[in-house]
Design a protein around this ligand. Structure first.
Ligand SMILES: O=C(O)COP(=O)(O)O
Ligand SMILES: [Mg+2]
Length: 229
């Protein structure tokens, strides 16, 4: 299913990309940092499989899920504020050490970005990842040169699924929202795109909290971004 089918045979002018689970397979590093934090706090580790399911709503929610040991962290009861602050602090320190160590760029990403650039598309990253890690990870993966604008989870006071980060990226690019597409891996990206009035391409290989992404309303769902070419 080609991307051009979304816009009457034309390429979109602008592409907004999610980062974790869409461009970069970063779960192993996030899991290493979460488990380091949990160990330092005398708690049992979570393991890569569960951490993968907890990624997508930013560092604060990831840490809350890790402390509760479950995805619906609120159902685990209220978290003690001091414990949460300490855990968040330890997670930031640990992830600064692990960020990029085991991460890889997903298959199809470079080919797709190359084609998009050839078509003159404007490219931006809109992630819920804190800015302390976003630029560093993009640089380590050799992806930073593709993107004119990066909006991180703490760039604004709200993050995806709020549409504001997407609007912010479009404004910074001087882009027409009517000719823009969001590309992401989770329900959060689909909701953010809906809220911003953009079509969305979803990838099946990312982190959607262990749930299938096919029935969540994305205009296109692919196994590799190369399928869009
Ligand atoms: O930090 C996260 O929770 C995930 O970030 P993402 O928005 O790039 O998937
Ligand atoms: Mg993601």
């Amino acid at each position: 299913m080609k991307l051009t089918e979304l816009f009457d045979g034309q390429w979109p002018q602008t592409l907004l990309f999610d980062l974790d689970g869409t461009l970069v397979d970063s779960a192993a590093d996030l899991a290493a940092a979460v488990d380091q934090m949990l160990t330092e706090m005398g708690r049992p580790t979570a393991g890569a499989e569960r951490v993968r399911q907890w990624v997508g709503n930013g560092a604060a929610v990831l840490v809350q899920r890790a402390l509760a040991g479950r995805h619906d962290h609120e159902a685990g009861g209220p978290l003690d504020e001091a414990t949460y602050r300490q855990a968040l602090d330890r997670f930031f320190t640990a992830y600064a050490e692990h960020n990029g160590r085991h991460a890889t760029v997903f298959e199809g990403v470079e080919a797709f970005l190359t084609a998009a650039r050839e078509q003159g598309c404007k490219l931006a990253v809109v992630t819920n990842k804190p800015s302390a890690f976003t630029g560093d990870l993009l640089e380590q993966m050799g992806l930073d040169h593709w993107f004119e604008v990066t909006v991180s989870g703490d760039t604004l006071t709200v993050k995806k699924p709020d549409p504001a980060p997407l609007h912010h990226a479009l404004e910074a690019l001087g882009a027409d929202p009517a000719r823009a597409v969001m590309v992401g891996d989770s329900i959060t990206d689909i909701r953010a795109a809906r809220n911003a009035g953009l079509p969305v391409v979803a990838v099946r290989y990312g982190y959607n909290h262990g749930e299938a992404i096919d029935t969540l309303g994305a205009e296109r769902v692919v196994d590799s971004l190369a399928e869009l070419l």
